[in-house]
Design a protein around this ligand. Structure first.
Ligand SMILES: [Zn+2]
Length: 86
């Protein structure tokens, strides 16, 4: 399993503060005995979790398209990038 880094804003976060994993419609569990991170299962910080969770009935690709179209997610990823520069 990957560490908790938000798939939208790229920030690493503490799951105690909120956020979590979202299993999209096309998520596949790994075969028994195999370790790693399954496809279409991603982490979201508390700011992006609700939006991602609302899209869990979509495939991962559809959900990403929907989230990237929202002006809010574009703005917040821009802000996150600017913060990393400061
Ligand atoms: Zn985020």
């Amino acid at each position: 399993m990957k560490p908790p880094i938000c798939d939208v804003c790229g920030r690493r976060f503490d799951t105690d503060d909120g956020g979590g994993l979202v299993y999209f419609q096309d998520a596949k569990s790994l075969p028994d005995g195999m370790t790693g991170h399954p496809d279409a299962v991603e982490w979201y910080c508390k700011r992006h979790y609700d939006a991602a969770y609302a899209l869990r009935e979509s495939t991962y690709a559809e959900a990403m398209q929907a989230m990237n179209k929202s002006p809010f997610s574009l703005l917040s990823s821009l802000i996150a990038r600017l913060r990393n520069l400061v």
